[in-house]
Design a protein around this ligand. Structure first.
Ligand code: F6P
Length: 336
């Protein structure tokens, strides 16, 4: 059995740990051959594929990024006016020529969509969810999320002392275009006073009132955690928009911090290393059992799998009844 493995979309901590989990299980336990496909689906278009062995898998557990490289290539997306190039056919030819019996696709929502299309085209596919955003539908958690939340929480912790020293409002912007999971979890863990998510509409006047009320209660500084995807006016970035509005509404000195790609870089946490390893091992088990067209998923504390056709095109968003939102509201944290 020959399996090809690729990583696609934005990187996150834990990808190399899951590559290691897939490949070591495949080689040691099942005696399979493993091939690394470079730069996501582009590697299937360019026939950029190399064999992986034990020596290629050394030192991966705590290594950030991805040893296979990644891209945002979407081979099934047709570009209007582009010279027609049959990318799906090229990929199928590469897979046939290389004799790959199965492709393991590691990625976020875009990757799951492409993986589902590849499966529809007749390829044996198993996928693994990865994203710091934690917005892949069908799994309770994706690896990378815990690492990003840990980094963001540390950053929020550090803002408290400088906010207190200067008696300022500090606005911190964390990643999450459509889903506010990082803002919610790091905001709660870091003691944010106001947490703004793309999923929960807010009234900017209420945010100003919340800050003024805190001052009246003897709290001269505030920490505001915002997800990058909250709605803004005039194309402004989230932190800039909120900081300017707060200063205008309250007259309080307000500063902004954009955490950016620091959330995606570096070593995974111990939790992410183990989740990535378990998911990688489970992907290989699915292959061994001939269970294709499925995405590995964490349900409760168990690693299972869900049909790729059910995952593709859906997003896992924060809902108003999430226990952290309910608890946060009870404690007086403002969500808009
Ligand atoms: O990995 C997900 C994510 O981090 C989003 O939160 C962010 O908006 C996006 O990727 C940006 O990634 P890039 O600049 O690599 O496209």
């Amino acid at each position: 059995m020959k399996i090809g493995i690729l990583t696609s979309g934005g990187d996150c901590p834990g990808i190399n740990a899951t590559i290691r989990g897939v490949c070591k299980t495949a080689i040691n336990h099942y005696g399979m051959e493993v091939y690394g496909i470079h730069s996501g689906f582009r590697g299937l278009l360019d026939n950029d594929i190399v064999p992986l062995d034990e020596s290629s898998l050394t030192g991966l557990l705590n290594l950030g990024g991805t040893i296979l490289g990644t891209s945002r290539e979407k081979p099934f997306k047709r570009k209007a006016g582009a010279v027609s190039e049959n990318k799906p056919a090229i990929m199928l030819q590469t897979i046939r020529e290389r004799g790959l019996d199965c492709i393991v696709c590691i990625g976020g929502n875009g990757t799951q969509k492409t993986a589902a299309k590849l499966a529809e085209a007749g390829v044996n596919v198993v996928s693994i969810p990865k994203t710091i955003d934690n917005d892949v539908w069908g799994t309770d958690v994706s690896f990378g999320f815990d690492s990003a939340v840990t980094i963001a929480t540390d950053a929020i912790d550090r803002l408290h002392s400088t906010a207190s020293a200067h008696q300022r409002v500090m606005v911190i912007e964390v990643m999450g275009h459509k889903a506010g999971w990082i803002a919610l979890h790091s905001g709660m863990a870091g003691g944010g006073d106001i947490i703004l998510l793309p999923e929960i509409p807010f009234d900017i006047h209420r945010i100003g009132d919340a800050i003024i009320n805190r001052l009246k209660k003897g709290k001269p500084y505030s920490i505001v955690v915002v997800a990058e995807g909250i709605p803004t006016i005039g194309g402004k970035k989230a932190a800039q928009y909120i900081a300017e509005e707060i200063e205008y509404e309250t007259g309080f000195e307000t500063r902004e911090t954009v955490l950016g790609y620091i959330q995606r870089g570096g070593s995974p946490t111990a939790y992410d290393r183990n989740l990535a390893t378990r998911m990688g091992g489970h992907a290989t088990e699915l292959i061994a059992q001939g269970m294709f067209g499925r995405m590995v998923a964490l349900k409760g504390n168990t690693i299972e799998s869900v049909p790729l056709s059910e995952v593709a095109g859906k997003l896992k968003l924060v809902t108003e009844d999430h226990d952290l939102i309910v608890q946060g509201r009870r404690m007086g944290i403002c969500f808009g």
